[in-house]
Write a protein that binds this ligand. Structure first.
Ligand code: CTP
Ligand code: MG
Length: 243
């Protein structure tokens, strides 16, 4: 962490999706290795004392049930209703965070494999007054194609990264960009809103196994990766590896 007092961190967790690609099963509430996926996704944040508040946005119909057990996980956690789009859910969660937080991290409830190291690197990045996005350099060769799938180009992948979450921002910056509903409707992630506002955003090394559980076949993979992590036998991975 850079010098100076440690920043007060707020976390916004969008968990209000419908899980359509999962066959209509809401991913944050699916059981993975004996616990709801949401619990796995929250754990590394709750392990950090800089994290002062966590707001989880769930869909309206799940609000009552989630309020029955999610805040009991930790006194810093509250639950609000999400919105129609992911950005709307993020905006609702961010709005419910106290004004006193310096930085806001956004993390998908559907990513149960986020590590504490990745969270810390994001906090460190945003502490410098920029956006910080966890991700990993692309490893597959990329092809740009036309409507008939004819290859038009093989872009140089050396500057291409996959963006994951967490994504971290100075609180004032994120609050400001989320105010614009048109911008929000077009953005595919939170960083792109901040980029569009002309504020520097940098990638930070996440981990390639920080997968977003999306389809049923992702569940056994996530379960395997969690078990490996718990056993503490993850392969050592130097930052920058991945080529
Ligand atoms: N999300 C949200 N509010 C929405 C849509 C999505 O909070 N209106 C959340 C999801 O719960 C998830 C994250 O955003 O944690 C990433 O979204 P995605 O993986 O697309 O999840 P779903 O939207 O639930 O899945 P699908 O697109 O297959 O329906
Ligand atoms: Mg979705």
């Amino acid at each position: 962490m850079a010098s100076g007092p440690s920043p007060r961190v707020g976390v916004a967790i969008p968990a209000a999706g419908q899980g359509r690609r999962m066959g209509g099963r809401k991913k944050p509430f699916l059981t993975l290795a004996g616990e709801p996926l949401l619990v796995h996704a929250l754990r590394p944040f709750l392990a950090l004392e800089q994290v002062r508040h966590v707001v989880v946005a769930v869909s309206e119909e799940d609000l009552e049930e989630a309020r029955g057990w999610v805040p009991a996980l930790d006194s810093r956690v509250t639950v609000v209703a999400g919105g129609t789009t992911r950005s709307d859910s993020v905006a609702n969660a961010v709005q419910a965070l106290p004004e006193t937080v310096d930085l806001i991290l956004v993390h998908d409830a559907a990513r149960p494999l986020v590590s504490m190291g990745t969270v810390e690197r994001c906090i460190e990045g945003a502490s410098r007054g920029e956006g910080a996005v966890a991700g990993w350099p692309a490893t597959d060769t990329l092809k740009e194609v036309d409507a008939q799938l004819r290859i038009l180009r093989t872009p140089d992948r050396s500057g291409i990264w996959h963006a994951q979450t967490p994504q971290a921002f100075p609180a004032t910056v994120l609050r400001r960009v989320l105010e614009d509903p048109d911008l929000r409707a077009r953005a595919t992630d939170d960083a792109s809103l901040v980029e569009a506002a002309g504020i520097p955003v940098r990638m930070v090394h996440g981990e390639p196994d920080n997968l977003k559980v999306t389809r049923p076949e992702d569940l056994p993979v996530a379960e395997f990766l969690l078990a490996r992590r718990r056993a503490g036998d993850e392969p050592a991975r130097a930052a920058g590896e991945g080529g």
